[in-house]
Design a protein around this ligand. Sequence first.
Ligand SMILES: *[C@@H]1O[C@H](CO)[C@@H](O)[C@H](O)[C@H]1NC(C)=O
Ligand SMILES: *[C@@H]1O[C@H](CO)[C@@H](O)[C@H](O)[C@H]1NC(C)=O
Ligand SMILES: *[C@@H]1O[C@H](CO)[C@@H](O)[C@H](O)[C@H]1NC(C)=O
Length: 261
Amino acid sequence: MRTSLATLLLWSVAVVIAKDCPIADTSIIAHSGTPVGTEQVVDGVTFYISQAKCKAPKAAVVYLTDVFGIQLPENKLLADSFARAGYLTVAPDLFNGTPAPADLNDPSFNTTDFLSRHGPDVTDPIIAKAVTYLRSISSVKKVAATGYCYGGRYAFRFVAPGRGVDVAFAAHPSLLEDGEILAVGGGVSVAAAETDSMMPPARRAQIEALLANTTVPYQVSLYSGTQHGFGVRANISDLEQKFGKESAFFQAVRWFDYWLA
Ligand SMILES: *[C@@H]1O[C@H](CO)[C@@H](O)[C@H](O)[C@H]1NC(C)=O
Ligand SMILES: *[C@@H]1O[C@H](CO)[C@@H](O)[C@H](O)[C@H]1NC(C)=O
Ligand SMILES: *[C@@H]1O[C@H](CO)[C@@H](O)[C@H](O)[C@H]1NC(C)=O
């Protein structure tokens, strides 16, 4: 009798919790394993789509990758983690099937050439298609952008007024321009690495000063023991890097949950 009452109580608690997402804890982060989303071509662009878990998706996340693209398993797995946090998540293929190689020092890879072929003139229209797709889903009322390295700059670009993104998170953004920071129209949260030649301490201070000159809410968090790229490609055997990657993810989720509520 006692056991069945306890079971019944546990069961009712579980039913109540199942209506909404559990408090985000590390169980929703996948560092390895098989991605659970699907790929779909929409208007000529391949989207990696991860369906929201545990609540009707009132909000969506457009996930903007680093130069390794949606082809990198860690990017798909992190997109899945946002889906487990309750967000319909779409990561557009920013490089049309040809991202940078895993080893950027590969002699056949020309970084200058790659970046010149993937400037805002080419990348903005790809991201705009993902935002349009998300906005076409009737239950989706708000859209957040999350971006990493290369994609971090575009999270800023798309939170400018009229571009369809309400709030943004960027981890170790690269190539970010002052004007793009000053143009934001929604809140921005930034995760910074301790060691980052693309965003060294002096640049981080400038970014903070520029954000302070906007009228939007903002946040800049620095994680010890991390390097450029840690938001996606941390060495999770290293306790400081693992903490940084997981905390940057929760930083984004908390930012979205709070400002999109
Ligand atoms: C890399 O690409 C740039 C721009 O396309 C070009 O000017 C340069 O010569 C290339 N470098 C090498 C080593 O091929
Ligand atoms: C912020 O605005 C003040 C007042 O307009 C200006 O003096 C300052 O240079 C600005 N700082 C940055 C980093 O843009
Ligand atoms: C990852 O971190 C562990 C623990 O600090 C270290 O032993 C290992 O060499 C690191 N791996 C790489 C590829 O840096």
